[in-house]
Structure formats: structure tokens, C-alpha cells
Design a protein around this ligand. Structure first.
Ligand code: PLP
Length: 394
């Protein structure tokens, strides 16, 4: 779908590393060029036409993001540099002062480092919910870890390695009944599945534009208004205060109190074009298309007896596997010789191997512009008894 929007797809490159970052459509690239050529101003700084134009375009993206995730108000959206910064701001700006050393946080070993590490650094007690036999995270397993001390559950909506989509709505409903707040890492789900923060009753959410056809260095932090008002600025500086003197700092209202310094203004403006494209295709159509493509790929790859696939029973956009007897990185290098881009390693989930028993894997991650023909080329490349020799050039 929409392959004509991506110049790289006119070459012989097959891009299967969408979990790391997606390709950028021409409309996003053009928007960045337009910014630098026509109104390369800072947002919310100048009292002249061009700066006001820049500020308006920046704020238009905020409204677009609000609508995209169905937030109640645009003030519930803060622009950050990515999911990592959003999660650090939520955890250090909100939870750091609210949690004591007796309080417990529930995570799982299938979460990204950007969610686990900021909680670890707080020094609170972390409980890791078990994964089921398919390495999925379920409400049942989360609920087993809950005690009267549980204050937060942190989880990705779609996990970045196994690719399981968590039942966010039920998990949050359960959490709220137990007075627990939920931090949703939506890095892998925005642009892949419907995210409706009001319907799901999400407290805090983090996302990255670059994984949904947007530019690098732009992220979103969503929080319900009353929670957003309690997030303390982790970074302070230019643009966030009304006034300060030796005795007092008066911060601006949300969301501007949390957007210190110069933001990625062209990136935020161009992010709008990525949302337009995803809206044009329809996120439900994207999800359906990728689910079918994954089924096709899994079906064919399962027939190759040189492969060990870890997540065959999981719907979603990732396939995690190893070629028997071949180190994951060597498989990537072999595929790269055929211009097929995949990722290998631990994929920033440094504890998942404690559950799966497999430290490094190859990850194929799909997006809407991938095709059956590209999948066939991958299958053909992997259906080869000499992958190790060919990757090493021997
Ligand atoms: C589930 C998940 N969370 C967080 C991140 C961090 O995103 P970013 O690098 O855009 O900050 C990623 C990136 O791979 C991810 O997959």
C-alpha cells in the first residue's frame, strides 16, 4: 500500500526493520524542506508573521495528535524527542515524588529498556509479571502480581520483540479498580492499531513519530489533564516560565511548562503529514493488512526446517527467529547481501532472554508498504542450507 510515497521502495532494498523506525513518505520530507526554505523560525518566540505561521503549524500538529489518539484536549499533548524522553518525563516528573520505597511497580520482562530503566533508577520495588506460554503478557498474569502496595503498571501496548498486543482496556479497567495508574508505551502501536486514550481510559502514554512515518526526534507524551498538571518539569529553561526571580518560579500552563528549550519544530510540523497519510489509509486497514501479511510469512517460514521461530502464535507485525546454528547477526549480514534489511540482537529487551532462553534473535518487522513479493524474497533467501558460509563469505 502507498509504496509510491516512499522513494527507497523504488530501489531493490527490502525494508523489514519497521520496529526500529519506519520509512518516511515524500510528504513528510517535503514538509521539512518547506520549513527550512520558507519559514525556518522558532515556535512561540517571535512577534512577526513568519514566526506566527511556524507557531500555528506547530500547534496544528498538536490538535492532529489530539484527534489521532482521541484525547480530550490539546493541552494533554506534549511534544518530546521520542518515547524514551516521554517515559523518562512521566516517570521522573510524576512518579519520582509520589512513590516511596515500599511502593511496587508491575512491569514484564518483555518491555523496552526505555520503560524499565527509568523505573529501576527510581529504586522502587519492581515486580515482573509472568508471560504466558506464547510469551504474551495477559491481564491474568498481571493481576497475580498485584498487592496493596502496587501503585503503577507499566507496559507497552504492542511489545517490540514478541509483538503481542496487550488488552489495554481490560488491564486499565482492572488497574483503576485497584487504584493503580497505568503507563502505556505506545511506541509500537501508534500507526499500527487504534489507540483511543479516552475509550481505553489511559492515564499516561508515550509514542514516537519516527515509527509511524514521521520524522526522527519527535515524540508525544499524553497524560490525562489532571495528571499532566502534576508532572513536574524534568528539564527547565527557555520557554517554560511566565516569570522567575530569586524567590519564585512561575511556570506556564500545560503543555508549555513541559516543552523547554527549542523543540524539533520542523519535525513536529512534518509529523502532521505522517498522521494525514495514516488517516488516509486508515489504521484499521493497516492492522488488517499487516496481520494477513504476517500470517502468510509465518505459514511459509514455519515450513523451513532450518528455522526456529519464537512467536509463531502471536498476531502482530514482528517475526522473531533464528536460523539453526547461525548467530543472529550473521543471518542479518547474510540477508543484507541480498538487500534485505532486518534487525538482530536483543532489540533493547535485555531481560526477555531470561524467559525465552534465547539471547539474540533476528527480527522481521512489517509495515503497510511491505508486500507478499518481498516476503517471498525473504523466504527464498532463508531457504538455503549455506547461510552461515555465505554470511561469512567462505
Ligand atoms: C516498545 C518501545 N518502547 C520505547 C521505544 C523507544 O523509542 P524511541 O527510541 O523512539 O525513544 C521503542 C523503540 O524501539 C520501543 O520499541
Amino acid at each position: 500500500m502507498h509504496r509510491e510515497d516512499f522513494n527507497l521502495l523504488n530501489t531493490d532494498i527490502i525494508y523489514f526493520d519497521n520496529g526500529a523506525t519506519s520509512l518516511k513518505p515524500k510528504a513528510v520530507i517535503d514538509s521539512i524542506l518547506k520549513y527550512y526554505e520558507e519559514y525556518p523560525m522558532n515556535a512561540h518566540r517571535g512577534d512577526y508573521k513568519l514566526s506566527l505561521l511556524t507557531s500555528n503549524l506547530y500547534e496544528e500538529t498538536r490538535v492532529k495528535v489530539k484527534d489521532f489518539i482521541n484525547a480530550n484536549k490539546k493541552e494533554e499533548i506534549v511534544f518530546t524527542s521520542g518515547s524514551t524522553e516521554s517515559l523518562n518525563m512521566i516517570i521522573n516528573g510524576y512518579f519520582k515524588d509520589k512513590l516511596s520505597s515500599n511502593d511496587e511497580v508491575i512491569l514484564s520482562k518483555s518491555e523496552h529498556a526505555s520503560l524499565i530503566l527509568p523505573f529501576m533508577e527510581l529504586g522502587v520495588k519492581i515486580k515482573y509479571a509472568n508471560l504466558d506460554e506464547d510469551y504474551k503478557l495477559t491481564l491474568d498474569n498481571i493481576s497475580k502480581e498485584v498487592t496493596p502496595n502496587t501503585k503503577v503498571i507499566g507496559l507497552s501496548h504492542i511489545s517490540n520483540v514478541i509483538g503481542d498486543k496487550r488488552d489495554i482496556k481490560s488491564i486499565i479497567e482492572f488497574a483503576h479498580k485497584n487504584n493503580i495508574l497505568v503507563v502505556v508505551d505506545a511506541a509500537q502501536s501508534l500507526g499500527h492499531t487504534l489507540v483511543d486514550v479516552q475509550d481505553m481510559d489511559i492515564d499516561f502514554l508515550a509514542g514516537s513519530a519516527h515509527k509511524m512515518c514521521g520524522p526522527m526526534g519527535v515524540g508525544i507524551l499524553y497524560a490525562k489533564e489532571e495528571l499532566m498538571r502534576e508532572i513536574k518539569p524534568v528539564y527547565t529553561g527557555g520557554g517554560v516560565t511566565v516569570s522567575f526571580n530569586e524567590d519564585e518560579i512561575v511556570y506556564k500552563d500545560i503543555p508549555y511548562n513541559l516543552e523547554s528549550g527549542t523543540r524539533n519544530v520542523p519535525g513536529v510540523i512534518a509529523f502532521s503529514k505522517a498522521i494525514d497519510l495514516i488517516n488516509l489509509i486508515g489504521v484499521n486497514n493497516i492492522e488488517e493488512y499487516i496481520t494477513d501479511l504476517k500470517k502468510y510469512l509465518i505459514n511459509k517460514l514455519s515450513k523451513l526446517d532450518n528455522l526456529e521461530i519464537l512467536n509463531s502464535n502471536v498476531e502482530g507485525s514482528t517475526i522473531i527467529f533464528n536460523v539453526k546454528g547461525v548467530f543472529a547477526q550473521d543471518t542479518s549480514l547474510y540477508l543484507d547481501k541480498k538487500n534485505i534489511c532486518v534487525r538482530s540482537g536483543d532489540h533493547c529487551d535485555k531481560m526477555l532472554h531470561e524467559v525465552t532462553g534465547v539471547k539474540n534473535t533476528v527480527r522481521v518487522s512489517l509495515y503497510f508498504y511491505n508486500t507478499i513479493e518481498e516476503c517471498d524474497k525473504l523466504i527464498e533467501a532463508l531457504n538455503n542450507p549455506n547461510i552461515l558460509e555465505e554470511s561469512l563469505g567462505i
